[in-house]
Design a binder for this molecule. Structure first.
Ligand SMILES: [Zn+2]
Length: 241
């Protein structure tokens, strides 16, 4: 199995695309082997069957140019940071041996997203301990980068995703059962905010907001818990051509 440089975790299929998709696509395009993991199959969502959601997840991974995608079987809506769940993530980390992880910011609205944040952080640490035996060599990723869902934060950095916004929106649209689709017929019972045209528009507006903060068309904000060490600060401020 080829090791990955980057592994992005979401609680549900579509979380990564909705919140960090432009950056993940950008890293894959730059040639870093990149993968994505959904902790659940999204079986508690208002719309879509688990089979549909698995197919959409695979389609989105292909559109994003990912080297690997995995869907785990933690219970949607009831993800908990228990021993068994941590071991499932440790096995994934030791299989793919990623250098950098992406995970949701811990302050969030959906309980699964907050628990995903804690689970990934704790499993990343535990995965480095040899005596936690999964029959695989220990591996601790170098850094966890948190992406923004509901509550904004003061970002540690913002990635320019102007070049990948179209591909990201295409990956989001792969979730046909979840996202606004002009051809779908909805009843009042299965209308959700995520499936509204306003939600789709908000993805673009948010990317514009964060892009504006760094003087580009579209951006995605990220947080790291530790200060960032810099070898040459001038490389952060390239001369404008
Ligand atoms: Zn989610």
């Amino acid at each position: 199995m080829e090791a990955l440089e980057v592994l992005a975790f979401g609680a549900h299929p579509d979380d990564v695309e909705l919140m960090a998709g432009g950056t993940i696509i950008k890293l894959a395009k730059l040639g870093y082997p990149t993968g994505m993991v959904s902790l659940t199959a999204g079986e508690s969502g208002t719309r879509g069957t688990p089979a549909e959601r698995a197919r959409e997840f695979a389609d989105a991974a292909e559109i994003m140019g990912l080297s690997a995608h995995r869907m785990l079987d933690l219970p949607d809506g009831f993800v908990s940071a228990d021993r068994e769940s941590k071991l499932k993530i440790i096995r994934i980390l030791r299989t793919y041996r990623p250098r950098i992880l992406f995970a949701p910011y811990w302050r969030t609205r959906h309980p699964d997203h907050g628990t995903c944040s804690i689970l990934v952080r704790e499993a990343a640490f535990l995965s480095g301990l040899k005596k936690i035996d999964t029959g695989q060599p220990a591996h601790r990723p170098a850094k966890i980068i948190y992406y923004c869902e509901h509550y904004p934060f003061q970002p540690s950095f913002i990635v320019d995703v102007s070049d990948t916004i179209e591909q990201r929106l295409k990956a989001v649209r792969a979730y046909k059962s979840q996202i606004f689709n002009a051809d779908a017929v909805y009843t009042d019972d299965d209308k959700t905010y995520v499936s509204s045209p306003e939600y789709f528009q908000s993805l673009i507006s948010r990317a514009q907001f964060w892009g504006h903060r760094i003087g580009v068309l579209y951006g995605e904000p990220f947080l790291v818990r530790e200060p960032l060490g810099v070898e040459n600060p001038l490389l952060l401020f390239p001369a404008k051509s």
